[in-house]
Design a protein around this ligand. Structure first.
Ligand code: TXA
Ligand code: MG
Length: 320
């Protein structure tokens, strides 16, 4: 199993040796390796069992480090960077040759992010190379939001997990790029589209499917527990599944069901807060996935602000 701790010097040393380290960020935990070292990058793909056509996000500590790896910074994206970095925003920028093709799956843009987690920024500022880091989960499964989640799934394959506590956002970063002057959101995430539109005006949200190679992480079935997820009206679904006699779990926004066993239900936010619901979403899905149930019943949240990204993850989890 991996050692879990808060030793930045140790994490840095392992990364310099080309090893992989579990890394906290405010969104989800990443599986980090030296982005300039093709062997480390190959190990990331192998450890996650991730297809090589799905490019990685490159993490850096400050804007100066960003400029070292990109050819230029489109103005609209620069404005977003100034407002939302460090934070849950990933920008697609024209890459320099220093970034190996392996990292970008051959694309001529590189996905870059300055994460907001203080421990991780300290780590990044301590290194003279950027860190490629996908979410630290096996490909297709739910992203980890605690060091323990990383340990459970990848602990046998990596030497160290830097423990930064529970993720404060709980959803992956919002991925934004620009094509022919049009700002495009490729993945809904920790920064709501409404916040981005307040800065750059109307954006295009690219409908995602496996036919869109721009963000393969947006394959329809992704972020999925092993237990099937059914989305709908919870009162109706619960009544239906009680009738059937199946063992089921419930993932609700605010409401608890006093007649159902407590260990089979997760309330994302009793007070109806979307931020709190986002923070609890992935750990809630994991909890129910481990419970002895044959199906997880869930409901969509209000389709606004972070609710849009939460619903996106719920729909992908429910997709066959
Ligand atoms: O919040 C996050 O973004 C987390 C933390 C660890 O930073 N990382 C994360 O990485 O979610 P990952 O690998 O699970 O998702 C990265 C997504 C993938 O869907 C990938 O296809 C897309 O970013 N991506 C990476 N580079 C790209 C590029 N050049 N063009 C288009 N999409 C890209
Ligand atoms: Mg991922």
């Amino acid at each position: 199993m991996a050692e879990i701790g808060t030793d930045i010097a140790k994490a840095s040393q392992l990364l310099r040796e080309g090893k992989l380290v579990g890394m906290p960020t405010e969104t989800v935990y990443g599986l980090a390796g030296n982005a300039l070292n093709p062997e480390a990058v190959t190990a990331i793909f192998e450890t996650k069992k991730r297809p090589s056509f799905d490019p990685l996000i490159v993490h850096v500590g400050n804007l100066e480090q960003v400029y070292a790896y990109i050819r230029f910074f489109p103005e609209e994206l620069m404005v977003l960077a100034e407002i939302f970095w460090p934070g849950p925003l990933t920008l697609l920028l024209p890459k320099k040759d220093e970034i190996p093709h392996l990292v970008t799956s051959g694309l001529d843009t590189v996905a870059v992010r300055i994460p907001g987690h203080s421990l991780t920024r300290e780590l990044l500022l301590n290194l003279d190379f950027p860190l490629a880091a996908p979410s630290a989960n096996p490909f297709g499964y739910i992203s980890p939001t605690s060091a323990l989640h990383v340990q459970e799934q990848l602990g046998g394959k990596i030497p160290y997990i830097l423990d930064g506590g529970d993720c404060s956002v709980g959803l992956e970063s919002t991925i934004v790029g620009i094509e022919q002057g049009q700002v495009i959101v490729y993945r809904l995430g920790g920064i709501p589209v409404s916040a981005i539109e307040q800065v750059v005006g109307p954006v295009l949200i690219l409908p995602q499917s496996s036919s869109n190679p721009k963000a393969p992480g947006m394959l329809k079935s992704h972020y999925a527990p092993k237990t099937p997820v059914v989305l709908g009206n919870l009162d109706t679904l619960v009544a239906e599944f009680i009738e059937r006699g199946d063992k089921f779990g419930v993932l609700s926004f605010t409401k608890s069901f006093p007649d159902l066993p407590e260990n089979c239900q997760v309330v994302l936010s009793p007070s109806g807060g979307l931020g709190e619901a986002a923070r609890n979403l992935f750990s809630g899905m994991r909890l129910l996935d481990k419970a002895d149930v044959s199906v997880i019943l869930a409901e969509e949240l209000p389709e606004k602000d972070l609710g849009k990204a939460i619903n996106d993850r719920l729909r992908r989890a429910a997709a066959k």
